[in-house]
Design a protein around this ligand. Sequence first.
Ligand code: NAI
Length: 486
Amino acid sequence: MASAKICCIGAGYVGGPTCSVIAKMCPHVTVTIVDINDKRIAAWNSDELPIYEPQLDDIVKSQRGKNLFFSTDIDKEINDADFIFISVNTPTKTYGVGKGMAADLKYVEACARRIAAVAKSDKIVIEKSTVPVKAAASIQRILSSNMNLDINFQVLSNPEFLAEGTAIQDLIHPDRVLIGGEDSEAGRAAIQKLVDVYANWVPREKIITMNTWSSELSKLAANAFLAQRISSINAMSAVCEATGADVNEVARAIGMDSRIGDKFLKASVGFGGSCFQKDVLNLVYLCECLNLPKVAQYWQQVIEINNYQRKRFASGIIGCLFNTVAGKRITIFGFAFKKDTGDTRESSSIYVAKYLLDEGAKLSICDPKVSRRQIVSDLSHPTIASEETVAELVTTETDPYKACKESHAIAVCTEWDAFKTLDYKRIFDCMLKPAFIFDGRGILDHAELTSIGFQVEAIGKTVSQGTVFTHNNGNNILSPTSRVLP
Ligand code: NAI
């Protein structure tokens, strides 16, 4: 593999970090990341990368111009490459059959068609995007339409398991690398070539190979299991609030059981990100298409609980603020879907903000990495709030102290470390009283906040007494009958 060439189509959260790390770990491999979005490519070639990810800057800056390139000349790079990674977006369909459930494969298909149209030599085409089972067969079919019968295309499935916020470490030290391919001589040879790339830095026993369909399904299964764990602990948090149990204690107790394990047991305001909901819905749709309705319903419930948790949190805020938030200023700490990323896709903050805006609250939103432009754009979506509502009710602040000035309440929606170490006495002094904190991530020191004078409410445990946060049914949030007069 002395001078292998990789072309990665899609310079997003997956394509960018994944192929930057390949370039870093394989100095003898030339990696070019291409995209139709010229602004994104220009940003990758600038000092201000288009995505924030710890350590990414250093890697890109050390490899760029040596064996790592960013380009919009897609056809040329397809032609030059031995390996082509397809890392484009596969969002939930917003139209037609499967609307709101199925993955939209139009971008993947466009890549396959482009490769078929321009390739003049053998290629190994790698599905990096998350796709439904059997997508590789469609890609293979499209590639086969290339008129040059001498060209051999092999399609491999190589799903990505990185988590945003820890992407670089996940890529350098993966739990496993998964490669699926065709069980034929050419298929096995292609698998081996990709294994050889990863074997430059990943221990061989962590590179697992299997048939294409198992590999494609494993990615959906992994995200479904991860999302299910979050919904399980969140479902338990509601039981804790209703009983006086503490979800952190329950998580600790069950997590010490080696059969269960202690990861992903943190109760919260719900999962976000571009993948979990999309991939679970994709799985649900797949099950429905396979005439497995009970299995579909089982996984659908993971999404239902997530939506319930977001609503329950917002409902708790409204209940505690004496059943009306109209005209009240509420500070939202965190807009990214998790800490250490600027990505807001499907962030729970968006939904909490929506429910509060629906009730007429004024929001002051503060996030260390998300721009005002992004916040306004996310909230101005037709399913969230009108542009007029956002203009009238939403302000953004980079300084958390200014964000809290004259607020009635703070809602912590993202677990940024920066929120843990603020001077909460100073914040308390500039807020309206009673001053509330709703800790949707369980990151703050509740005893200290209570001693300062805050009314503290946290998911899955009772901190301050005498409020209506507990026993709250999120389903009733928008129902007038759920109102209780103070
Ligand atoms: P993204 O939206 O950040 O990036 C996708 C890029 O592909 C965009 O820049 C877009 O302009 C480009 N693109 C679309 N069609 C194109 C075409 N025909 N030619 C050239 N470029 C094109 O998406 P992200 O987050 O990187 O996700 C990519 C895939 O990886 C998705 O299938 C996702 O489910 C999967 N994935 C995402 C993870 C994440 O943490 N974001 C983790 C693991 C998998």
